[in-house]
Structure formats: C-alpha cells, structure tokens
Design a protein around this ligand. Structure first.
Ligand SMILES: Cc1ncc(C[n+]2csc(CCOP(=O)(O)OP(=O)(O)O)c2C)c(N)n1
Ligand SMILES: [Mg+2]
Length: 399
C-alpha cells in the first residue's frame, strides 16, 4: 500500500515515553521531571496488523476467533451479500430508481470486521459509506434504498434503534460520538461507541475535537478511519503530510494503530481488542484501516477523470472478497457449488428488498420538512404551506 508505514511499524519522535497507552499518564507527570535541554520527551510507534496477505496466505498465527472456519465462512457470506447489494444499488440509480448512491466496493472486509465485532447494544455513528456494517446491525436493504431515494423513513431503522442516522456532513459525527460515549460512561454501562470516518474527514476540526474529548475523558469510543486513499478527487498524499493517519490519535493520547483493511481477520482482531478495552473502561482507540475505494465516489462522480486505470487495476489485486474466498478454498471450506448457491441466495434477498422498496408508496411532499426541527422556523413554515397547497392543487387536477 502506498501510504502504509514502512515495515510493520512507523517510528517517529525519540526516547522517553514508551507506548501511546501511557501517554496521558506520563504527560500529567512530566512537568516535574528535570532534564537536559536536548532530551527527547516522547516516542511513539504505529503498529500495522495483517494476518492474511494479498495472496491469501496466513502471515502469522491466527487469532482465536478465526480458528473457527465456520465463522469465517459466515463473514465471507456477509461480504458477498454486501457486494451484491452494492451492485444493485448502483443499477437502481442508473435506471432512475435511486437519487444517488455511495458505493462500498472494496471496503467489505472492514465492514464485515466491524459489523461482527460490535454488539447490538453498542452504538454506531457512520458516514454514507458504511452500508455493510449497517446491514450486519439489522438495518434493512429496503431502509437503505429508501434513504438513497431521499425518503426520511429510510433513517428510522426498525432494528438498531440506538445507532445514529447516516452523517453526510464530513466528520460532524465525531463530536456526536464523543457525546454518546460520554453518556455511556456516565451511566457506567459496559457498552462502546464506534465512530466511522473517512481519510478526508481526519482533516476536519470536528475530528480533532471529538478525539480530544475522547482522550481527555477516557471515553468508550473507537474511531474507525477508513483510509480508502481518496476524498472525492483529492488523493491521500494531498490531504495530509502525516506519515500515517493513525498517528493523529497520538496527539489526543489515544492508542492508535493501522490495519490492513482488506484483511477481514485483521480488521476483526483489532476491532475486538479496541471494543473489549472500551467496554471494560479502558478508554478510546483509533484504528486506521488501509484500503482502496475501487468505485466512483458516488454515482454523481466519474473517478476516471482524476485517477489512472493502472492505479485501480493494481488496487484490485488486493481486494478483500477474493482474498477471503481464496483462503477458504485453500482451507477446503469453500468450493464452486457453494459459491453458486451463495450468489443465488444473495440475488434473491436483494431482489426481494428491491421489490419491498418499489412497493412502498412515496412520502407526502411535506414530509421533507418533518425531521430537521422540533418547531419549524417561520420561513420554512410558509414554504411548507406552499408545498401542501401545491400538492392539493395537483391532486385536484388529477381527480
Ligand atoms: C463538511 C463537509 N464538507 C464537504 C463535504 C463534501 N464532501 C462529501 S464527501 C467528501 C469527501 C470525504 O472523503 P473521505 O472522508 O475520505 O470519505 P470517503 O468519501 O472516501 O468515504 C466531501 C469533501 C461534506 N459532505 N461535508
Ligand atoms: Mg476517503
């Protein structure tokens, strides 16, 4: 990966303090330390975790959960369902049945790792590109299709009631996540919050504010940064001079690390560790999951205008679904007939959701005013009245 720290760790700064977990404690004590003018006062490392390399070979001893191949097969099934759903959503948009859509192609391992590591009573705050995690948490495909057609009912999840709605405003959810995690901490509940953001979001002030609160108050909060190398047309190298995005957490006193985001086993392992620590009162973490956005930014974008076909072809060599399939085949846990049966099953499930979506009557036009304000401001009240009137006149004309 281009932006992966060299070797297994990135080392920066020099001696005195040791690991990020100790950083907050040490900084509270450092004022009393007598030292010579040139003493380095802090040293940090960013570790990179990978279990399954791009050739689908195990690089180190498997974590306990992954020794159960049945569990890996289940997660592989989720990844294929995500990919099937994703392709259908794009097709719906191209045929005028969705307003817009942000593809998750290439990010399935991150989403299956995060979705399976979270418990149902944890809280998830997300961007517009986390639909795979949402599906695993019980958001239905019909709800997601409604959302992407501009229907507010698509954010009223029947399943995960504690999760927040999709946040389009880049990084705004970082401060909301700190608030949700603070509430959990106050109530002393053994739950955790996951705040998902993109690489581009780590350039925003809200991100630093959320992290600072999480570090200072030792909140049960995991920041998951999906570094897919692009923020629309802005490449990772142009976004930040930092060697890794993970190291941005160090300044907030947060244990921070990097993971191969195309390696399902690795993502699940680092998420398990971070979430278990958070739920046990051990404080926040930051995980930078390194991957690649294989698709356009959204259906309104054409990525071929700003990045080369060679770069994309190279990224496909590391894609997560094929990597896991090849591993399972080599382990004797998967074969062509199971793959074909899975493809049929996924297609049927997605098709049923499409049907449920198209069968849902459109909302009343005035519904667009219902969810932003408890009390509608006067200026919007008059616009709402206009919309209601126009709808009535339209209905009269049709009658
Ligand atoms: C506050 C704000 N500024 C700008 C935008 C426009 N915008 C939408 S997506 C995006 C790029 C985000 O990139 P990244 O955080 O890497 O997430 P990705 O889309 O790659 O998943 C921008 C700038 C926005 N939605 N919100
Ligand atoms: Mg990005």
């Amino acid at each position: 990966m281009r932006y992966r720290a060299s070797g297994m760790t990135a080392l920066f700064g020099a001696a005195l303090a040791s690991v990020p977990a100790d950083a907050a404690r040490i900084s509270r004590h450092e004022s009393g330390v007598r030292r010579s003018p040139l003493t380095a006062v802090a040293r940090f490392e960013i570790h990179y975790t990978q279990f399954l390399d791009e050739n689908a070979r195990a690089t180190r001893e498997w974590p306990a959960f992954a020794k159960d191949t049945g569990q890996l097969v289940d997660l592989y099934r989720w990844m294929v369902l995500m990919r099937t759903y994703d392709a259908k959503a794009i097709a719906l948009q191209r045929t005028g049945q969705l307003g817009t859509y942000a593809p998750i192609l290439g990010q399935e391992a991150i989403q299956a790792g995060v979705g399976s590591a979270m418990k149902s009573d944890d809280v998830f705050l997300m961007t517009y590109r986390e639909q795979g995690v949402q599906l695993m948490r019980g958001v239905t495909m019909k709800e997601l299709f409604l959302y992407w057609s501009g229907d507010e009912r698509g954010s009223d999840y029947a399943g995960p009631r504690r999760d927040f709605p999709i946040c389009i405003t880049i990084a705004a959810q970082a401060t909301h996540a700190a608030g949700a995690a603070y509430a959990i901490k106050l109530k002393r509940e053994p739950r955790a919050v996951v705040c998902a953001l993109g690489d581009g979001a780590t350039s925003k002030g809200d991100f630093y504010e959320g992290m600072n609160a999480a570090g200072a108050w030792q909140l049960p909060l995991v920041f998951l940064v999906t570094n897919n190398q692009w923020a629309i047309s802005v490449p990772r190298a142009a976004q930040s001079a930092a060697q890794t995005l993970a190291q941005k957490g160090i300044a907030a006193g947060i244990p921070s690390e990097q993971v191969d985001g195309n390696d399902l086993v690795a993502v699940r392992e680092v998420m398990d560790r971070a979430l278990e620590r958070a739920r046990a009162g051990g404080g926040p973490s930051l995980i930078e999951a390194v991957t690649y956005r294989l698709s356009d930014h959204t259906t309104a974008d054409d990525a071929s205008r700003y990045r080369s076909a060679d770069e994309v072809a190279d990224a496909w060599k590391r894609e997560p679904v094929l990597r896991m399939r090849n591993y399972l085949i080599a382990a004797g846990a998967w074969d062509r007939s199971r793959e074909e049966a899975l493809a049929r099953d996924c297609n049927e499930r997605v098709q049923a959701a499409v049907q449920a979506y198209v069968d849902t009557p459109a909302p009343e036009p005035a519904a667009m005013f219902e969810h932003m304000y408890a009390t509608l401001p006067a200026a919007l009240e008059s616009q709402r009245a206009e919309v209601v009137q126009a709808a009535l006149e339209g209905a009269d004309r049709d009658a």
